[in-house]
Design a protein around this ligand. Structure first.
Ligand code: NAD
Length: 519
């Protein structure tokens, strides 16, 4: 990786599908195991968030291109479904190895297109890689159930079979991890998948599907189309597609859930969040404040599990100035510069939205103790940077509390008791994640029992479960039945077939009569 002036040059790309470097370069589709140029006339600019330079164009694929991609998935399913589970498992072992081999390249691409720091980009890849590693245990994950002797000479067994063609629609904030939440598990269970990555940073997904080919996954099993609303509508309506995995904002998620379900598809939809961290006065002060700072401002707050709302209980509110002091020390810069703590937001529109929300807090009477609105970064004056911002005196009726900010902004509230903090959180419509900081086991246990949020951290600020569990956001943060990855993920990508069999050596006697009553 070299930086020349403001321009980032990625070296050693070894394929046509991979990273692109100028306004005339194009991101390809991936169909039938090949990088294919779109014939569309409509293109979306792909920009580097630290400089706002255009680094490529992303096609809005045409209807016939999308149809061809879906048909290719459908055709590939006919043979992929019969490939032995051991062979599918071997592909996952290989894919995991290739992701590890290309970790740095993936991370460089993520930093270039998404903006996060290089170390954080590696984390993005690693959390996705863990799902691939988990998919390697498909031989146990996809086991059915058997019950012998349900009646005389009769046994019942169930098997988990693939659905057919599935689809994945992904957001910009984890360009490697979220495609990896989807296609490895879908494929290892015997499905094929059509992916529409975020138009804001599709590079990592393109690299991953190319690795899938190298790992031995047959052509057509995973295809990629690009675009925005039309591509999403295509996926919701295409009769070839049986199920949709979506991760992104509420607006898109609710729409896709409704349109996809209406068309008879199985849909899982992970959406927005407002994650609260409760700070008890008995918590370990320094580690709690470090964890809060990292979880609020890491990735410039562009994580669905960012801890964006601190609730100081009782005397712990006295720690607020120390929290502000820690936030002030964070270094904001382009993600590839060494020592950077947080990079830019994804786009000028995202920056404008976040600045608007900080402004609304000022107007609605909150106290902006640390204001990152006017930050400029030397050498990257055109980037979408917002500095760490701490807003105290936030009330539940304020706009900055009601909306997901998705920027480096921590809203601070106070509560007199743990029960008051629990009520506040349970009254918030989102249920993605929450955390409590305490040294008291009974307090932590009470919190865990009473809180109505799907993922809970106890002295763990971002409690994203590893893939032997599932990502269990709840209430307003999730629609669907089966969550992403883990056992629930396998359930999502499979359906049950239940077989009842009777094997009896002797025939019935001539006197026996047909039994018409329901047995
Ligand atoms: P987004 O909803 O804007 O985009 C996600 C995908 O949907 C993209 O592929 C995009 O092209 C498409 N899309 C966008 N608007 C659409 C619309 N109106 N109709 C149809 N399709 C549309 O989300 P984003 O900005 O890329 O990602 C950030 C959001 O994702 C945040 O709200 C964040 O909390 C959420 N997120 C949630 C999780 C989770 O697991 N709960 C994980 C990551 C991100």
């Amino acid at each position: 990786l070299h930086v020349t002036g403001n321009r980032l040059i990625l070296t050693n790309w070894f394929s046509t599908s991979r990273v692109v470097l100028g306004p005339n370069d194009t991101v390809k589709m991936w169909i039938d195991g090949k990088a294919v140029e779109s014939k569309t006339k409509e293109w979306i600019e792909l920009t580097n968030p630290a400089t706002n330079e255009v680094i490529a164009k992303v096609p809005k694929c045409t209807q016939s291109e999308m149809k061809a991609a879906a048909e290719s998935c459908k055709k590939a399913f006919q043979s992929w479904r019969d490939v032995s589970i051991i062979s599918r498992q071997q592909c996952m072992f290989k894919l995991a190895e290739l992701i590890r081999r290309d970790m740095k390249k993936l991370a460089h691409n993520i930093t270039l297109e998404q903006g996060k720091t290089h170390a954080d980009a590696e984390g993005d890849v690693i959390r996705g890689l863990q799902v691939v590693e988990h998919a390697c245990s498909v031989a146990s994950l996809q086991l059915g159930e058997t019950l012998p002797n349900v009646s005389k000479d009769m046994d019942t067994y169930s098997i988990r079979v693939p659905l057919g063609v599935t689809a994945g629609i992904t957001p910009f904030n984890f360009p490697a991890m979220i495609p990896l939440w989807m296609f490895p598990l879908a494929l290892v269970c015997g499905n094929t998948m059509l992916i529409k990555p975020s138009e804001q940073d599709p590079g990592a997904c393109m690299m991953l599907v190319e690795m899938a080919k190298e790992a031995g996954i047959p052509d057509g099993c995973v295809n990629v189309i690009h675009g925005q609303h039309d591509a999403v509508n295509f996926i919701c309506d295409a009769p070839e597609i049986q199920a949709i995995s979506f991760v992104g904002s509420d607006q898109a998620g609710q729409y896709i859930y409704e349109r996809g379900s209406k068309n008879g598809k199985r849909v899982q939809s992970n959406m927005g969040a407002k994650n609260h961290g409760v700070i008890m006065p008995d918590a370990n002060k320094e580690s709690t404040l470090n964890q809060l700072t990292a979880a609020a401002f890491g990735a410039a707050g562009q994580r669905c599990m960012a801890l964006t709302t601190a609730v100081f209980v009782g005397e712990s509110k006295k720690w607020l100035p120390d929290l502000v002091a820690k936030a002030k020390q964070l270094k904001i810069n382009a993600g590839w510069e060494s020592g950077t703590d947080l990079g830019p937001l994804i786009s000028p529109q995202a920056k404008k939205r976040v600045l608007g929300l900080i402004d609304s807090a000022k107007k609605e009477g909150a106290d902006v103790m640390l204001d990152g609105s006017n930050v400029t970064v030397k050498g990257y004056e055109k980037g979408n940077f917002v500095g760490p911002t701490v807003i105290s005196g936030v009330q539940p009726n304020m706009t900055c509390y009601k909306e997901e900010i998705f920027g480096p902004v921590l809203c601070v509230l106070t509560a007199d008791t743990l029960d008051e903090a629990i009520d506040l959180i349970n009254n918030n419509p989102y249920g993605n994640g929450t955390a409590i900081f305490t040294t008291n086991g009974a307090t932590a246990r009470r919190f865990t029992q009473q809180i109505d949020v799907g993922q809970i951290g106890i002295n763990v600020p971002i409690p994203v479960p590893l893939p032997m569990f599932s990502f269990t956001g709840s209430r307003g943060s999730f629609r669907g039945d089966n969550n992403f990855y883990g056992k629930a993920g396998v359930n999502f990508y499979t359906q049950l077939k239940t077989v009842t069999q009777m094997w009896r050596a002797e025939d019935a006697s001539k006197e026996a009569k047909p039994q018409l009553a329901f047995p």
